[in-house]
Design a binder for this molecule. Structure first.
Ligand code: MG
Length: 353
C-alpha cells in the first residue's frame, strides 16, 4: 500500500489523482492540502493555507503529489526530496526555480523524482533504463496553444477568455495562459534540463498541434522513441502514482480506424518570445530561471486581472530579465531573494506599461 499526500487539492491535477486513487487498491490517500479553499473531509488529514510541509511531517506519506501552482510549491518539493519520499512533481516552477538545490536534496534523500508534466513523463518513459551517453537529444512537444499560427499584430487585443480556451488540454488558468504564450514550453525546457541532465542545446521544442505525441528521444544510433496517447493528464498522474507498475485508467487507447495524421512544426519564436527568453535564462543558470519564473507569474496574474495586455506578458518578463542581476543559487534564501527581486522589478515594469 502506498500512502499518498496531495498538495494543491482544489486544482485539476488533484481532482484527477483522486479518481485514480479511488480506482487503485494499492493507493491510499492520507493527506491533502489546499492554499485557501476549504477541503474538509477530502482526506484523513487536511490543511488549508500555511506551510504544507507541516502536514507532510504529520502524514508521513510514501508519495507527495505536488500540484501547487507556482514558486509557492518549492518548500514541499524540497521537503520530499530531502526526506527520500517519492515526489510526483506537477509543480514544474519549483524545479525551474531551484533545480540545483532540488537535485542536491534528492542526492541526499535518495528518493525518486517522477515528473507528472505530460511531456516529461513521456520522456522519462522513453529514457527508462537507457544510459545518458546513448542519448542524442530530447524533443519536447507542444500544441502551440490557442494562438498558434497568429501574427504578432493579431495578438494585441486577445482577452483572458481567449487565452484560456486551450485547444487540446484541460488545465488550470496559470498554465493555460503559459501555454498560450509558450512560456510553459520554456519552463518545461528548464525542467527537462534538470530532470534528465541534458544540456540545453540537446533539448528541442517542436509543435505537434493535436498533442498526441508527448515527447521523443533521439538516440545516437539514429533511432527515435516517441510516447503517444490522447492528451489526458490521468496518464502521467497514474504513471507517477503507480510507478514502476501501471494502473488501468479510463483513457481510451489510440484509435487508428479513421487514420491518424501527426504533423510537426517549429515554434514561432518571434511572435512568442517567452520560449527563447526561458532558454536564455536556463543557459545563464544560477538565479536566472527563478527570476524568469517570478516575472512570468507576476505578468500572467496581471493579464488574468485585466491589468496587462497579452503581449505585455512577454514584454514584462523581458524587461525584468534585462534588469535583474544573476547570482548563484546556493540555498533557499538566495532563491527567495531572487524571486522577491524579480517580482518587484516585474511589478515596476507593469506600472510603466
Ligand atoms: Mg506539460
Amino acid at each position: 500500500m502506498k500512502r499518498i499526500a496531495l498538495l494543491g487539492a482544489t486544482g485539476s491535477i488533484v481532482r484527477q489523482a483522486l479518481e485514480i486513487i479511488a480506482a487503485e487498491t494499492e493507493l491510499e490517500l492520507v493527506a491533502a492540502a489546499s492554499g485557501s479553499q476549504a477541503i474538509d473531509g477530502l482526506a484523513p488529514l487536511t490543511q488549508v493555507g500555511g506551510d504544507p510541509t507541516e502536514l507532510l511531517e504529520r502524514a508521513e506519506p510514501d508519495i507527495v503529489l505536488n500540484a501547487v501552482v507556482g514558486f509557492a510549491g518549492l518548500p514541499a518539493t524540497l521537503w520530499a526530496l530531502e526526506h527520500g519520499v517519492t515526489l510526483a512533481l506537477a509543480n514544474k516552477e519549483s524545479l525551474v526555480a531551484a533545480g540545483e538545490l532540488a537535485l542536491a536534496a534528492q542526492e541526499r534523500g535518495g528518493g525518486l523524482l517522477l515528473p507528472v508534466d505530460s511531456e516529461h513523463s513521456a520522456a522519462f518513459q522513453c529514457l527508462e533504463g537507457r544510459r545518458p551517453e546513448q542519448v542524442d537529444s530530447l524533443v519536447l512537444t507542444g500544441s502551440g496553444g490557442p494562438f498558434r499560427g497568429r501574427a504578432r499584430d493579431e495578438l494585441e487585443d486577445v482577452t483572458p477568455d481567449e487565452a484560456l480556451a486551450h485547444p487540446t488540454w484541460q488545465m488550470g488558468p496559470k498554465i493555460t495562459v503559459d501555454s498560450a504564450t509558450l512560456a510553459n514550453k520554456g519552463l518545461e525546457l528548464i525542467e527537462a534540463h534538470f530532470l534528465f541532465g541534458l544540456p540545453y542545446d540537446r533539448i528541442e521544442v517542436v509543435l505537434q498541434p493535436t498533442s498526441v505525441v508527448h515527447a521523443l528521444v533521439r538516440f545516437r544510433d539514429g533511432a527515435s522513441l516517441a510516447h503517444l496517447g490522447y492528451p489526458d493528464m490521468r496518464v502521467p498522474i497514474a504513471y507517477a502514482l503507480a510507478y514502476p507498475s501501471r494502473s488501468a485508467t479510463t483513457v481510451p487507447p489510440l484509435d487508428f480506424s479513421q487514420g491518424l495524421v501527426l504533423e510537426f512544426e517549429p515554434p514561432d519564436l518571434e511572435t512568442f518570445p517567452l520560449l527563447a527568453l526561458a532558454r536564455r535564462a536556463g543557459e545563464q543558470g544560477g538565479t536566472y530561471p527563478c527570476a524568469f519564473n517570478a516575472a512570468n507569474e507576476v505578468a500572467v496574474a496581471a493579464f488574468l486581472d485585466g491589468r496587462l495586455p497579452f503581449l505585455g506578458i512577454a514584454a514584462t518578463v523581458e524587461e525584468t530579465m534585462a534588469e535583474v542581476g544573476g547570482a548563484s543559487a546556493r540555498d533557499l534564501d538566495d532563491l527567495v531573494e531572487a524571486d522577491r527581486t524579480a517580482r518587484r522589478l516585474a511589478e515596476r515594469a507593469l506600472a510603466v506599461t
